[in-house]
Design a protein around this ligand. Structure first.
Ligand code: C2E
Ligand code: CA
Ligand code: CA
Ligand code: CA
Length: 272
């Protein structure tokens, strides 16, 4: 993993992907990172638009590399998925997010991203139950985010239903960016739809983006699902989303993802 001129990390640098030796080195580094506790969860606050209070936080993983600094998830999650390490890493994410949410002093939601590989290869139900019982977090405070890359086979739907029976909520992430959004919605009664930031970005200037957001919120309401708009960066966007009837908003305007200690302070401030 390398930094390019703009300071952002290059996804799958050719020299990592191309030689097996280097790929193995990355797998070893990931394994070591898990053992050495180099992974860290950041938390991004989410605002409830009906109450104007904090709704909860989304947990977002980072790799605090001792030499290379902070590595964003898209730089290593794909490799972790290919090697299967996403299994143990995913279990750690669930346990860490649930136990952190227990320290917040307010009964806020914690939303955790699930990888399709984790979903397919792991007993997700067992992993979630374990994280809940180790942390003591009530199931109704946990939200699991999945994308359309999770194939909704009969088995997958059965697992999701069991998770809902536990009291966990299921959220459809990046809505509108996949190929099968509508049939996906029909396959499972999601609790929430997350409106992708690409639509939010266009809400002021693109009538098409605005129409898609309005239609998505209307559809979600008819299906008794709530909506979170992602990537809200300006107060104009926030106002437009309020008017359109979105349930929650998340984005740099409200707060950036931050380390565990900082989010605890943010929540303390929000109580005042
Ligand atoms: P995502 O689930 O769609 O997460 C939202 C991404 O948007 C995050 O990037 C977040 O930092 C970023 N974001 C939030 N607000 C704004 C904004 O106002 N403007 C802009 N431009 N961006 C904003 P991040 O943390 O780099 O995560 C990228 C992706 O990596 C996530 O997309 C998710 O697919 C994956 N990911 C992150 N954490 C985890 C994890 O714990 N497990 C798994 N399986 N995947 C994860
Ligand atoms: Ca997400
Ligand atoms: Ca998303
Ligand atoms: Ca995404």
């Amino acid at each position: 993993v390398k930094s390019d001129a703009s300071g952002s990390y290059q996804l799958y640098d050719a020299d990592i992907k191309d030689t097996r030796a280097e790929r193995r080195a990355l797998d070893d580094a990931l394994k070591n990172a898990l053992e050495s506790r180099e992974f860290e969860l950041f938390y991004q606050p989410i605002l409830d638009l009906t109450t104007n209070q904090m709704w909860g936080c989304e947990a977002l993983i980072r790799w605090r590399h001792p030499a290379k600094g902070m590595i964003p998830p898209l730089q290593f999650i794909p490799a972790a998925e290919e090697s299967g390490l996403i299994g143990p890493i995913g279990d750690w994410i669930l346990e860490e997010a649930c136990s952190t949410a227990m320290t917040w002093g307010l009964p806020l939601q914690v939303s955790v991203n699930l990888s399709p590989v984790q979903f397919k290869r792991r007993d997700v139900l067992a992993s979630v139950k374990k994280a809940l019982s180790l942390s003591g977090l009530p199931a109704h405070r946990l939200v699991l985010e999945i994308t359309e890359s999770v194939k909704l086979t009969e088995e997958a739907v059965a697992t999701l239903k069991r998770l809902k029976d536990l009291g966990v909520s299921i959220s459809l992430d990046d809505f509108g960016t996949g190929y099968a959004s509508m049939s996906y919605l029909r396959s499972f009664p999601f609790d929430k739809i997350k409106i992708d930031q690409s639509f939010v970005r266009g809400i002021m200037d693109s009538p098409d983006s605005r129409a898609i957001i309005k239609a998505t919120i209307g559809l979600a309401k008819d299906l008794k699902m709530s909506t979170t708009a992602e990537g809200v960066e300006t107060s104009e966007q926030l106002n437009a989303l309020r008017i359109a009837g979105a349930s929650q908003a998340q984005g740099y305007l409200i707060a950036k993802p931050m380390p565990r200690e900082e989010v605890a302070a943010f929540i303390m401030d929000a109580r005042k």
